[in-house]
Each structure stands twice: as C-alpha cells, then as structure tokens.
Unconditional design. Structure first.
Length: 501
C-alpha cells in the first residue's frame, strides 16, 4: 500500500505534469506579442510554435527506455533542471533564434519528464486501486493543463509581458528538484539489457519527420518536402519495428500490442486527444476571431470544459470500482461524441453557450480516457518496464495532438478558403486573407467599410462552415471508438503482462 510520502510525491509529480501540459498550448496566445517584439520571419514563427512538439514526440520512446535503465527519478530531476533553464532562456529571449533554441531544450527536457512521471507512479502505487486513483490525478493535470493553457496564457498576457508565460515554470521545477529526492523513490529495471542506439535513432527518425509532415501540411498544404518527410518517417518506422522483433532486449516489446488492453488503450488515447486538440485549435479561433472575445475571455469560456476534464479524470478511478473499465471508457467516449453535435449548432451570431456545452462534453470523455488508457497501459507491463510502456502512451498522446490539429485544422481551413469572398481584394490581400482566419480579419481592418464587412462576414461564415464539418467528423470518430472499446474490453479483469501485479 502507498505511504503518505508516496502521496506527497504524487503531488510533486502532478505539478510537473501540469506545467508541461500547459506549455504545449500556452504559447498560441502569445504569438502576436512575440511577433511584435522579436519580429520573426514566418518560418521562424512556425519553428517557435512547432519545434517543442517535434523534439518531445521524437524523444519520448528513447527517454522512457533510458529512464528504465539509469533510474526514473534521476532522469526526472535532470529533466526538471533542463526545463527550468530552458524556460529562463525562452522567457528572456532577445531574438527568434534564441527562442527556438530554448524551445528545443524544453522539448528535450519535457521528453524526460512525461514518461518518468507515469513510470514512477507505476512503481510507487503497487495496489491496483490506488494506482488508478494516482493516475487519475496525473491525467487530470495532463488533460486539464493542455486545456487550461489558453486561460493561463490569456491572464498572463493581460498583466505581464510575453516572456512570463515561460517563467511561470521555474518555481515548480525548483520545488521538484528540492523535494524530489526526499518524496520520490528511485526505480529502474534491475536487468535492462543493452541500450540500442540504433533503435533510439530510428524512433526519432520515424516520429520527427511524421509530426513535421502533418503539421506543415495542415499549415501550408501538400508539398514535395512534406511528402518526402512522411516517406522518411514511415520507412524509418518500418525498419524500427523489424529491428525490435529481432533484438533480445528491444526498446519496445511489440508483443504488448497483441494484448487487447494495451493496444486498445493506446489507440483510444490517441483518438481522444486527437478530438480534444482539434477542438481547441478551431475553438480558440472561433471564440476570438468570430465572436470577438479577448484572449482572457476565450480562456474563461473554455474553463468549464477544462474543469469537466479534470473532474472526470479523478472520477474515473471511482467509476471503475462499479463498472468494468471498458464500460466506463466506452461510456465516456460516447458522451464525448455528443459534444461535437452541440458545436455543430454554434454559429456566427449564436453566442458561446453551445460551444461551451459541447466542449464540456468533450472534456468529460477526454478526462475518462486519459486516466483509464494510461492505467491500462502501465498495468499491462511489469513495473521494471513502466517507463518504456509509458513512453508509448505519451507518444500516442503527442501524435494525437499533432494529427488532431493537422487533420481537423485542414478540414476547417479547406472550407474556409473555399467559402471566402476575395473578389474585391488585390492578389497580396487575397493571399493574406486565405492563409488564416486571423489574416482575413486583419486585411478587413484596412479596407473601406463596405468591403471590410463583406470580407469579414464571408470569412466568419466560411470558418464556421468548416468548423461544422470538422465537428461532424469528430463525433463520428468518437462514436466509432466507443464501439471498438466496448467490444475489445468486455471483461472486468485487468490484463497485465508477465511479472505485473
């Protein structure tokens, strides 16, 4: 049974996870301020946004396996120190290149923190019921932090300069470094085998180009570079899988995917985050650029959805004592699928109520999914392999974010560009307006009143049309996932790997 010190350690771990999750979304609202202060080129701005997730996604599997070998607490403390230093450099950046370099270091450090926290929870909480509760807390911080990013960013930007969105990380990282050695026990695989550098390189070569390809395609459309990146990623992934099957000590034991609990959990984690990230992407633009809300007002409108995600992450641990995990997870996903139906009712002049209600339902399902999928993943392996298994779950999470924004964002923007009326604009204005909704709104501000109203109205209507189509696609995807979960997780018994509790 877990001790009081273990629960204190969980609080420290949860705070670290909260900040990492917030950092993934808090930057979006700061971009106009960064652009005005540092004057980055368009390519530099994209790297400022994306390089964090590129590095994070590419290194998760490597760092999860490394933590199993050298010690998860050791890796966690090293990552916390690196994340704190990177946050200082980012917050005090005086050039775009300096900020990009800081974001690279943040991604590297974040990759050490996320699988280490979940892996440590697996070993700190041996009792299955207590572990589910602990992972519920972890899930609440991970899901709630990502959704709370816009709110935190909005408040900070209304009171401080843009660098403060990074400096808020420092007190928590200092707390983690000071308290970690005393309240978090060290854990690692006593017989880890040889660390395979080739596998580590292949995992990065598979994930980084794939994430790059989907993000760039969503932003700029299909290009030769994007296609080549995707091909490189897929090819490296195939070689990585073949190599894992041949090694005596693989980085990832692929036999885990034959375990229904493990494979379904990873799949569901990916799709639930896919839906949440996509809604956050177009929802933030809808609230600010269609309804005209300030960053703080937009963040406050998303607060009920954030709260619902946190509450259900914690409630999931109680619900699985009454019903089978598969029943709870499928029910949460089915409830979440109703959310996009409300989003479909949101319009240019409908007000925020339908969006807020839909986002709450999506948050409910995402909260249940994050807790239960993480619990199923780490419960499917013995404690000594918890870091590597956690890294697989975290990689699915990061890919879900990247693809959710890329795929659903592409759907929204394709309808936006198709419905945008640029007949009264010159070629330069039309190109800017068709790039983003923000670009169209900015162009409209420099036009005569009648032309401005025509462009703004068509932009708002076209964007909402795309949002409706993406909402329907999201609802169908979540409903189908609920059916898959209900079929594959029909038994009450937890499925665990050899040597697990």
């Amino acid at each position: 049974m877990a001790t009081k010190k273990d629960w204190i350690g969980l609080i420290v771990l949860a705070l670290a996870v909260l900040l990492i999750a917030v950092d993934g979304t808090v930057l979006d609202l700061a971009l106009p301020f960064i652009s005005a202060d540092l004057a980055p080129t368009s390519n530099q701005l994209l790297w400022i946004i994306d390089v964090y997730s590129f590095v994070l996604a590419g290194l998760l599997i490597t760092m999860g396996t490394l933590g199993d070998r050298i010690g998860r607490r050791k890796l966690l403390l090293l990552g916390a120190a690196g994340f704190g230093i990177a946050s200082v450099v980012a917050g005090l950046s005086t050039s775009p290149d300096m900020l990009i370099a800081a974001r690279v270091l943040q991604g590297l450090s974040g990759a050490t923190l996320m699988p280490a926290t979940l892996g440590l929870i697996r070993t700190m909480f041996a009792d299955a019921r207590q572990r589910t509760t602990a992972i519920g807390v972890w899930g609440a911080m991970a899901g709630g932090g990502a959704a709370a990013g816009p709110l935190v960013g909005g408040w900070i930007l209304e009171h401080f300069w843009w660098g403060a969105v990074f400096l808020i990380n420092i007190p928590v990282m200092v707390l983690l470094i000071l308290l970690g050695p005393f309240v978090i026990p060290e854990s690692k695989d006593p017989n880890p085998g040889k660390f395979d550098l080739v596998s580590a390189a292949l995992s990065m070569l598979a994930l980084v180009p794939l994430v790059y390809a989907v993000k760039e395609t969503a932003t700029h459309g299909v290009s030769v570079v994007n296609v080549l990146a995707a091909v490189v990623g897929v090819a490296a992934g195939v070689v990585f899988v073949r190599r894992q099957r041949m090694l005596d000590d693989p980085m990832i034991d692929l036999r885990l995917f034959s375990n229904p609990a493990f494979s379904t959990a990873v799949f569901t984690n990916f799709l639930s985050v896919f839906a949440l990230a996509g809604v956050l992407f177009f929802g933030a633009q809808y609230l600010q650029l269609v309804l005209g809300y300030s960053p703080l007002e937009a963040g406050l409108s998303m607060l009920p959805g954030t709260a619902s995600s946190i509450v259900m992450s914690l409630m999931a641990a109680y619900l699985v004592r009454i019903w089978r995990p598969g029943t709870v997870l499928a029910g949460g996903l089915a409830l979440s699928a109703l959310g996009p139906a409300l989003l479909y009712g949101s319009g240019v002049s409908s007000g925020p109520a339908l969006f807020v209600g839909g986002f709450v339902l999506i948050g409910l399902g995402a909260g249940v999914a994050l807790t239960l999928t993480s619990d199923l993943v780490v419960g499917a392996v013995p404690p000594k392999k918890a870091g590597a298994a956690s890294a697989v779950s975290e990689t699915a999470y990061e890919l879900g974010i990247a693809l959710g924004v890329a795929v659903l964002g592409t759907v929204v923007m394709s309808f936006f560009r198709r419905g945008l009326d640029v007949s009264g604009l010159n070629s330069a204005q039309a190109a800017t307006a068709q790039e983003t909704l923000g670009g169209a709104v900015e162009v409209s501000r420099n036009l005569p009143e009648q032309a401005a109203a025509l462009l703004a109205d068509s932009a708002h209507t076209a964007f909402v049309t795309g949002m409706h189509v993406a909402s329907v696609a999201t609802a169908v995807l979540l409903a189908l996932t609920a059916i898959v979960v209900a079929v594959r997780l029909r038994t009450r018994a937890r499925v665990v790997g050899p040597g697990a509790d």
